[in-house]
Design a binder for this molecule. Structure first.
Ligand SMILES: Nc1ncnc2c1ncn2[C@@H]1O[C@H](COP(=O)(O)OP(=O)(O)OP(=O)(O)O)[C@@H](O)[C@H]1O
Length: 263
């Protein structure tokens, strides 16, 4: 499998009250084209910090101390180096927990998609914007694309809004998509549909997917490989079924034991 994302020995710290607080320590992670990798762990384990570091969306008091991140062989993050602006929203798409936060409430879906396309696709024509906007909604398995294009976010259901948010992330045809707890706010049925959609998209578009979730079962359902984080470190990493059936680390066993239906 061709390597797409390579996180090597990544260490990140936050400056708090004149002291450095380590957030990530020596994190290694790779994602291939067409591969889905789940990052799981309890709240505060560093999942979001890892996801945001790939797209340069770390807070201002946070900096990269060591290691690097490369995308398709190009180094985009290292201490003192931040080339994430070149790939954010174009080669790397992002979907966050709350679709309403990635969607502007004052903008119709049509305007939103057009804005993203015009920002990232040089010299795109009006016709091409129309064509690709409708096409991406069809890829999201949205039936009545005309109505959805002409809707404001609040006129859509939560599931539909998250589909539109995923559409916005993939409309620029990225090679990598980062999804951070993007199903957490949804009810179980809608969650299942969104997971199914991701599975299809990865297959159809051959993208790499970094799927952040606190839900180990959900990750094992969707992902080829899983990285388990604890205290800013990746404590265990491997094929999803191996991590689930034969966890090597006590921490992973404790995460599994915390799932009520897991016996
Ligand atoms: N800018 C910051 N300044 C100080 N501490 C921070 C900063 N950002 C994150 N942290 C701390 O780093 C730790 C990891 O946070 P992070 O959001 O990456 O974890 P997470 O696994 O995604 O958790 P959650 O599921 O709750 O979002 C937490 O203890 C958090 O409080």
């Amino acid at each position: 499998m061709t390597e797409l994302l390579n996180v090597a020995g990544l260490s990140i710290a936050a400056r708090v009250a004149h002291r450095d607080l380590p957030l990530l320590a020596d994190v290694d992670l790779t994602i291939g084209r067409g591969e889905t990798v789940g990052v799981v762990g309890e709240s505060g384990s560093g999942k979001t910090t890892l996801a945001r570091s790939v797209v340069g969306l770390l807070e201002r008091n946070v900096r990269v101390d060591g290691g690097s991140i490369s995308l398709a062989g190009e180094r985009i993050v290292a201490p003192g180096l931040d080339r994430t602006g070149r790939v954010r929203g174009s080669a790397v798409g992002m979907v966050f927990q709350d679709a309403s936060r990635s969607l502007n409430p004052l903008m119709k879906v049509r305007t939103h998609l057009a804005e993203v396309l015009r920002r990232h696709v040089r010299d795109i024509t009006k016709d091409e914007v129309e064509r690709r906007s409708a096409e991406v909604l069809e890829q999201m398995r949205i039936a009545d694309t005309g109505r959805v294009l002409d809707s404001y976010p609040h006129q859509l259901s939560g599931g539909l809004r998250q589909r539109v948010a995923i559409g916005l992330a993939v409309v620029t045809r990225p090679s990598l998509v980062i999804a951070d707890e993007c199903t957490t706010a949804l009810d179980v049925t809608t969650q299942t549909k969104v997971v199914e959609l991701f599975r299809t998209l990865v297959g159809e578009l051959g993208i790499g997917l970094l799927f952040v979730t606190h839900d180990l079962m959900l990750a094992s359902d969707l992902c080829d490989r899983i990285a388990v984080m604890n205290g800013g470190r990746v404590v265990e990493q491997g094929p999803a079924l191996t991590v689930l059936d034969r966890p090597r680390e006590d921490y992973t066993r404790r995460l599994l034991a915390a799932i009520p239906t897991w016996t």
